[in-house]
Ligand binder design. Structure first.
Ligand code: SF4
Ligand code: SF4
Length: 86
């Protein structure tokens, strides 16, 4: 491990964000009910971590390796198709 004086500005080496599985931080996770989803894309637009991806049928799908469980997607979904579960 590097000493703190050796760390680059910003704290982590550049171009390594994919290696940090920030999804480990979450306590709650979004579950999407595709029977309610209208594929509007608002959850994708509002996710601060770009953790919403799309499945083969055009429905949003959380990428749980990077989703931090903030719940913004559930808050913004206009048809309440996203539930945050422990
Ligand atoms: S809970 Fe937060 S981080 Fe996870 S998909 Fe929703 S908006 Fe993105
Ligand atoms: S915001 Fe809700 S309705 Fe819109 S794509 Fe996301 S889950 Fe589906």
């Amino acid at each position: 491990m590097m000493g703190w004086r050796d760390l680059p500005i910003g704290g982590v080496p550049p171009l390594t964000s994919l290696e940090y599985k920030t999804g480990d931080w979450k306590v709650f996770m979004p579950k999407i009910d595709t029977s309610k989803c209208t594929k509007c894309g608002l959850c994708w637009m509002y996710c601060p971590d770009s953790a919403i991806i799309w499945d083969g049928e055009g429905y949003p799908k959380p990428n749980y390796e990077y989703c931090k469980g903030c719940g913004i997607c559930a808050n913004e979904c206009p048809v309440k198709a996203i539930e945050m579960v422990r």
